[in-house]
Design a protein around this ligand. Structure first.
Ligand code: TYD
Length: 140
């Protein structure tokens, strides 16, 4: 797996007698300026989502409730990451094929992104992704 394409980040939980709170700020816990937030919930059982890569997008994903599992593929190697705590984030950068599965019934997966939604940034064909990932590796 190429370095810095993804990383796991742990958020500080501010706990007191009232309960728990996590605060995320641009350029602090979130390593970019957030332009978009979306969340995935009520996912049906045995659903697989994702199945794409992005050309130029940074994202920070975390489950505020429940859990789900990511497969991250850089074209050469696959890593499996389970997100099952509101204080664990997964930062993902360009050219990484992602699939999400094993959503718990109560899963609320929040994604912060550094760009507005742009369908042309998606690579939905695995062969095209593999070609691009290989050419970037050769160039670098
Ligand atoms: P998609 O990114 O394909 O979902 P996933 O990869 O999680 O399965 O998006 C599903 C639909 O939602 C698709 O029609 C595009 C739309 N969408 C937006 O309109 N804005 C967004 O920010 C995102 C992420 C998706």
């Amino acid at each position: 797996m190429q370095k810095n394409i993804y990383k796991i980040v742990h958020f500080n939980i501010i706990g007191d007698e009232l309960g728990s709170l996590i605060a995320l700020e641009n350029m602090h816990q979130v390593p970019f300026e957030v332009k978009r937030v979306y969340y995935i919930f009520d996912t049906k059982s045995r659903v697989r989502r994702g199945m794409h890569a992005h050309r130029d997008l940074e994202q920070l994903c975390f489950c505020v409730k429940g859990s789900c599992t990511f497969v991250l593929d850089d074209g050469t190697k696959k890593d499996i990451i389970k997100l099952d705590s509101p204080n664990t984030g997964l930062y993902i950068k360009n050219l990484i094929w992602r699939e999400m599965f094993d959503f718990s019934k109560d899963c609320v997966l929040v994604v912060l992104a550094n760009k507005y939604y742009d369908p042309s940034d998606y690579i939905r064909d695995y062969k095209e992704f593999k070609r691009l990932a290989d050419s970037v590796k050769q160039a670098g």
